[in-house]
Structure formats: structure tokens, C-alpha cells
Design a protein around this ligand. Structure first.
Ligand code: 13P
Length: 257
């Protein structure tokens, strides 16, 4: 049975005290988590090492919100995959829509970063999404599949099942976002799954992890997780409080049981 992934990125939020408080508060839920669930948390870089050591005994995986595609050198302001790994990360978020919209992330840099993460044994968590305009034009699936294809360009087939893809509609993310309906989310997930099957075969496609993100909350999480092509949720606001994250873990635990 495939695992259900339940993760959160804190984006640019929290400080030492609140980061530590979150990690301590979710510990009891993590201790009770069954092996059916794959929890993960992606703090900002400065709190990576602390969060990863506080939670090191648990099943939870810790990640970073970005990496450079180079290993070292004159790249002021960047963090290399080796540094992320050295500080406890095993997941690298790549291509979040906020990075694409505000920080110059392109499909080209996304694929470079996917290659870099895999080169160092890190799990790339590739975010893809359609804009409101693309949704209106009826090209959501095309847009998202194009992003997936470029992200995975030239990745050896045997490495593909180490890649996680998160479908995060741009129109669904954040305070002004409207969550995708279960049907909208499943439709795009199914389209991604079929495209992957066409490219790499049904076996690889079935074994790849596809997550949904964008205004996931305590009311829609269970339904999303139960969609046939959705393997878990990637959550912002609802999981920033430890109680919200713990409740999401319980929802995942109850789903399909
Ligand atoms: P929200 O859950 O706050 O909409 O954020 C989703 C997201 O961007 C996760 O990467």
C-alpha cells in the first residue's frame, strides 16, 4: 500500500521560539503515527538544523524550500544541496509558485535543481500549477504537464520514483486562494498520472507520489487524500499551528481505514 504524505512548508514564517514550540508540540502525534503515513516539514533554512535534530527520532522527514543547482562556489546568497543535506534535509522543495512568480524560478532552473537534488540523494518535491488565467482558458492540464515534463527532462527512469510532484494550482494557494474541488484536483492529478504513464510506463507512473497543495484545510483534507490519484497533501496555513498539523495527521490516519 502506498504511503499517504502529509507535509507542510512554513514558507517565510516563525522564529527560533515558535519553530521549536511547533516541533515539540507535534512530537506526540508523530510518535503515534503509523507507517502508512509519511510526514514532512519544510522550515526556513535558519531553523532546519534545529527542527531536524528535535525530530530526528521520528518518521518525519525535513526539507528545504529551495536549493542551488551547483554544489559549491561563487554563488552569493545560495544554499547548495550538499549544505542542505549536511544540515539534516532529505527533501528539497523546487519550483513553488511563489518562487516562480517572485524570485525568477523558471522551468529551466527547476529541472537543474531536480537533477542536483537527485545527484545527492535528496528527494525533489517539484511544485507545478496552473494560473487562474490558464484555468479560464481551459489549458490547466497542458500547462501542468508541460512543467512536469521539463522538470523531469533527462532524469534516468530508475530515479523517477524518488521524485515527488505537488500539484498546487496558483489560484488555490494562500489567503486569497480558493481550494480546488475534489473533482478539479483529481482531474489534474489523473492527467499528470496518465502523462507519466505515457512517458515512462504504467508501473513508474503508479509508483510516483503526487500530492495536492493549495488551501488544504481540516474540512477538505480527508476527501482529497481519498482521491485515487492523490497520494497526500502539502499544506501551508492550516499546518503552521501544531494542532492543525496534528489533526491533518489524524485525518490521514483515518482515511481509507
Ligand atoms: P496554503 O495551504 O496556505 O494555501 O499554502 C499551500 C502551499 O503553498 C504549500 O506549498
Amino acid at each position: 500500500m502506498k504511503k499517504i504524505w502529509v507535509g507542510t512548508s512554513w514558507k517565510m514564517n516563525k522564529d527560533t521560539q515558535t519553530a521549536e514550540a511547533w516541533a515539540s508540540a507535534v512530537l506526540p502525534s508523530l510518535k503515534h503515527c503509523s507507517s502508512r503515513i509519511q510526514p514532512f516539514v519544510i522550515p526556513p533554512f535558519p531553523y532546519l538544523q534545529m527542527v531536524s535534530s528535535l525530530l530526528s527520532e521520528q518518521l518525519i522527514r525535513v526539507g528545504v524550500q529551495n536549493i542551488c543547482w551547483q554544489d559549491e562556489g561563487a554563488y552569493t546568497g545560495e544554499v547548495s544541496p550538499l549544505m542542505a543535506k549536511d544540515c539534516g534535509a532529505s527533501i528539497v522543495e523546487i519550483g513553488h509558485s511563489e518562487r516562480r512568480a517572485m524570485f525568477g524560478e523558471t522551468d529551466e532552473t527547476v529541472t537543474l535543481k531536480v537533477h542536483a537534488a537527485l545527484r545527492h540523494g535528496l528527494t525533489p518535491l517539484v511544485c507545478v500549477g496552473d494560473t487562474a488565467q490558464e484555468k479560464q482558458w481551459g489549458v490547466s492540464a497542458e500547462s501542468v504537464i508541460r512543467q512536469v515534463k521539463i522538470a523531469l527532462y533527462d532524469i534516468p527512469v530508475e530515479s523517477l520514483t524518488q521524485v515527488v510532484i505537488a500539484y498546487e494550482p496558483v489560484w488555490a494557494i494562500g489567503e486569497h486562494g480558493v481550494p480546488a474541488t475534489l473533482e478539479e484536483a483529481q482531474t489534474i492529478h489523473q492527467a499528470i498520472r496518465s502523462a507519466l504513464a505515457e512517458l515512462y510506463g504504467a508501473n513508474v507512473s503508479q509508483n510516483m507520489v503526487l500530492l495536492y497543495g493549495g488551501s488544504v484545510n481540516l474540512s477538505n483534507a480527508g476527501g482529497l487524500i481519498e482521491q485515487p490519484d492523490i497520494d497526500g497533501v502539502f499544506v501551508g496555513r492550516t499546518a503552521w499551528e501544531a494542532d492543525g498539523y496534528s489533526e491533518l495527521l489524524s485525518i490521514a490516519e483515518r482515511s481509507g481505514s
